[in-house]
Design a protein around this ligand. Sequence first.
Ligand code: FES
Ligand code: FES
Length: 158
Amino acid sequence: MARVTELNVNGTPHALDVDADATLLSVLRDQLDLTGTKYGCGEGQCAACTVLIDGNPRHSCQIRVGAVGKHHITTIEGLEKNGVLHPVQQAFIDADAMQCAYCTSGMILGAVAMLKVQPNPTEAQIANYMNGHICRCGVYQRITEAIQLAASRMKGNA
Ligand code: FES
Ligand code: FES
């Protein structure tokens, strides 16, 4: 049975020894204790488990850890730098863009990826890009406001 012995997460190589068929989500949560990444549906339908792989948002419940190789994984725990939250994290707090917060890690990572390719998104563009991120609490309007607040701050306009 193939094993995976190293994973590059949040800028650090992590030694481990796991079955290559395990999901990336289970390895992040159960082996590396990075529990900010959430298990929602386990079927690629909710995006609660979103991580960035080389900067691109991916459903970690749908990825076998053996397929990750040397690619760089970023989880919600990796966004803060030197004690300072990422502007998207701070904007979600300031806009009160969460209720139970189960979807929040995935939402924030999706938004970080979106703002790289679309730094000034309209509401419609946010709805389109974030389509697939399910919030059971339905705080979509505040999430949209948070993303626009982050976009504005990242351009130095707020
Ligand atoms: S838990 Fe991965 S998409 Fe829902
Ligand atoms: S805040 Fe509860 S699922 Fe989104």
